[in-house]
Write a protein that binds this ligand. Structure first.
Ligand code: TZP
Ligand code: MG
Length: 222
């Protein structure tokens, strides 16, 4: 059985961070404001949380984002995604394998996978063609202080190599701040994923609008 990938608008993908947002309530407020300002996807990521906090925060986020028609992706935890009927799950290379995630979620949810090398990207392309995943994260594309165990920064050549002859949608991540978006869009990335460029900013709306303006300008539709 081959499954058709679900369309997902990766243009501006917000990954929430509990420390930078100031805990659960801050994460929900940040997500709500960013989504109302044009963020196209939100991921809940909280590597150190217990399940109870995961469930409560995911429930609140889902209610807030559903009103704005912005999908909510859960990092790593398939059980939380199932419990709250989230839009999808994002996993890394050391997490539950993407085909297991797909099997558990069924065909109507989004599955995303992090890739940190051309080899992983090419494997992901095959998973996309097999209907297992819907998109990949590519990175880190710049040094980041947000993820302590981040892989080495990808060379621009390697990112360029990934963008050749591929079908799968790809979002860049890692160290992406205002002013660093245009070159990634020009390289062929479908969007940018950010944490600290939005989380913890004094004005989330201004930060979001600035990033969106760069994306649109780079695509030639200002
Ligand atoms: N995965 C790869 S880099 C990263 C994650 C979750 C953190 C990106 O954070 P920032 O603040 O946008 O550099
Ligand atoms: Mg993970």
């Amino acid at each position: 059985m081959s499954r058709q990938a679900l369309p997902i608008d990766l243009s501006l993908y917000l990954v929430l961070d509990p420390d930078l947002c100031g805990g659960s309530a801050g994460m929900v407020a940040t997500a709500q404001q960013a989504a109302a300002s044009g963020v196209t996807v939100v991921q809940l990521r909280a590597p150190n949380w217990k399940k109870r906090q995961w469930l409560e925060t995911a429930t609140a986020l889902k209610a807030a984002l559903a009103l704005l028609n912005v999908p909510l992706i859960i990092n790593d935890h398939v059980d939380i995604a199932l419990a709250i009927d989230a839009d999808g799950v994002h996993v890394g290379q050391q997490d539950m394998p993407a085909d297991e995630v797909r099997r558990l979620l069924g065909p109507n949810k989004i599955v995303g996978l992090s890739t940190n090398s051309l080899v992983q990207f090419n494997e992901a392309e095959l998973m996309y063609q097999a209907g297992i995943i819907d998109y990949v994260g590519v990175g880190p594309v710049y040094p980041t202080g947000t993820k302590k165990d981040a892989s080495p920064v990808l060379a621009s050549d390697e990112v360029n190599g990934m963008m050749q002859n591929r079908c799968l949608p790809a979002v860049a991540i890692g160290g992406i701040q205002a002013g660093k978006v245009a070159s990634l869009i020009a390289q062929g990335l479908n969007g940018v994923a950010v944490v600290s460029a939005i989380c913890g900013k004094a004005d989330v709306t201004v930060a979001t609008h600035g990033l969106l303006a760069e994306i649109h300008a780079a695509r030639g539709n200002t």
